[in-house]
Design a protein around this ligand. Structure first.
Ligand SMILES: *Cc1c(COP(=O)(O)O)cnc(C)c1O
Length: 405
């Protein structure tokens, strides 16, 4: 049987069997509605409370500060729309970065179409937002800053604590209606997160990026921060998100958060060692590659590489045929493949943006997995380059420049 290697953990992770085990009773006999008064309801309520505690512990929050939602996307929507709606009387200006996840980008765009002003801060070649740029972008009518903790395509970790510091200074100067949200969906379970240290007001999480099922996420809302609920018609989640709680998914998320906290250091160490070994192997075996994103300030599981002269999409398909799952940042919009806006934002030319491929490891990725990829990848790149006009043109130009070769 052909080997299968999953290196797309930034897109989603497999559910940990221990998480499945924890949630199973809530899919079967413990089916109560947490709002019901009877024993069935109490059982479900207790499970939700426990899970809330566990997710809170993962990020150093208080349980009451968490709102369970259906996804990271919903957490981002609730944070941005919830603050925007609430703060509209004080101003309608939002600051964000050029490399946010589509779920943040999309909400900002929608608000813009309704009369909000959005400042999108550029990033450097390393993918970092400059704190000075944030400072310069703040206006009296700025009500929200939303900048991700770690990027999902290149893994770059933004200076969130420094930006929070800035926000607090602003508040001390009387700018009371300014809130700071960070999308930590990609970061959670891959770096230590503590909301007190980060200093943000709101923070988004998603279960399926940390070995829980799809369909569950959470928004941290610092105590005292008011936001307009986006789901109405029930008192669940302290009136901030109506709808009967997804008890089995919440329990799963709690278990996954507990495991992530307990195993975090070991997971980080393991993934980083394998990722670094992978990158060394690529650098040794393949010419004309560019590593994207900051070299140090980045998540331990992710490697984004541009392969010159070829399309990332072609490489993805070639690797897929050999059992290896990776991804490109490109969004297939209306049938045309657009190069990743994130890679473009780094200042890379279109060819490099098109040639970018993301390899994202998981807690259970093995040395054998990486060795297999290092065996297959050079041949895949080579065979695609052989049929690439760009490659042949470049070879020709090189030969002209050094005729002795
Ligand atoms: C995956 C992801 C999301 C979306 O989370 P879903 O639960 O899939 O909706 C948001 N932001 C980042 C950075 C992500 O990686």
């Amino acid at each position: 049987m052909k080997r299968r290697v999953y290196l797309d953990h930034s897109a989603t992770t497999p559910i940990d069997p221990r998480v499945v085990e924890a949630m199973l009773p809530y899919l079967t006999e413990k089916f109560g509605n947490p709002s019901s008064v009877h024993l069935f309801g109490q059982e479900a309520r207790a499970a939700v409370d426990r899970a809330r505690q566990l997710v809170a512990e993962l990020i150093g929050a208080q349980p009451q500060e968490l709102i369970f939602v259906s996804s990271g996307t919903e957490a981002n929507n609730l944070a941005i729309r919830g603050i925007a709606e609430r703060a509209a009387p004080y101003g309608r200006h939002i600051i964000t970065s050029a490399i946010e996840h589509p779920s943040v980008r999309g909400v900002c765009q929608a608000l813009e179409q309704r009369g909000w002003e959005v400042t999108r801060l550029p990033v450097g070649e390393d993918g970092l937002v400059r704190v000075e740029d944030v400072r310069a972008a703040i206006r009296p009518d700025t009500v929200l800053i939303t900048i991700m903790l770690a990027n999902n395509e290149i893994g770059t970790i933004q200076p969130i604590a420094e930006i929070s510091h800035l926000v607090r200074e602003e508040r001390q100067r009387g700018h009371r209606h300014l809130w700071f949200h960070t999308d930590a969906v990609q970061a959670a379970g891959r770096m230590a997160i503590n909301v007190a240290e980060l200093g943000c007001d709101l923070l988004s999480l998603s279960g399926h990026k940390l070995y829980a099922p799809k369909g569950i996420g959470a928004l941290y809302v610092r105590r005292g921060v008011q936001l307009a609920p986006q789901m109405l018609g029930g008192h669940q989640e302290r009136d901030r998100r109506a709808g009967t709680e997804a008890v089995p998914l919440i329990v799963a998320f709690g278990k996954a958060a507990e495991l992530a906290r307990q195993e975090l250091d070991a997971r980080i160490e393991r993934m980083r060692a394998l990722r670094d070994r992978f990158e060394r192997g690529v650098a040794e075996r393949i010419t004309d590659v560019v590593f994207n994103g900051h070299r140090e300030r980045r998540l331990p599981h992710l490697s984004n590489i541009s392969f010159r002269y070829i399309e990332g999409e072609g490489l993805l398909i070639n690797l897929d045929l050999q059992g290896i799952a990776v991804s490109t940042g490109s969004a297939c919009s209306s049938g045309t493949l657009e190069p990743s806006p994130v890679i473009r934002a780094l200042g890379r030319d279109e060819e490099l943006a098109r040639g970018a491929v993301r390899f994202s490891l998981g807690k259970d990725t093995s040395e054998e997995d990486i060795d297999y990829v290092l065996e297959v990848l050079p041949q895949a790149v080579e065979s695609l380059r052989r049929i690439s006009p760009l490659y042949h043109r470049a070879l020709g130009e090189r030969a002209e420049r050094s005729p002795s070769n």
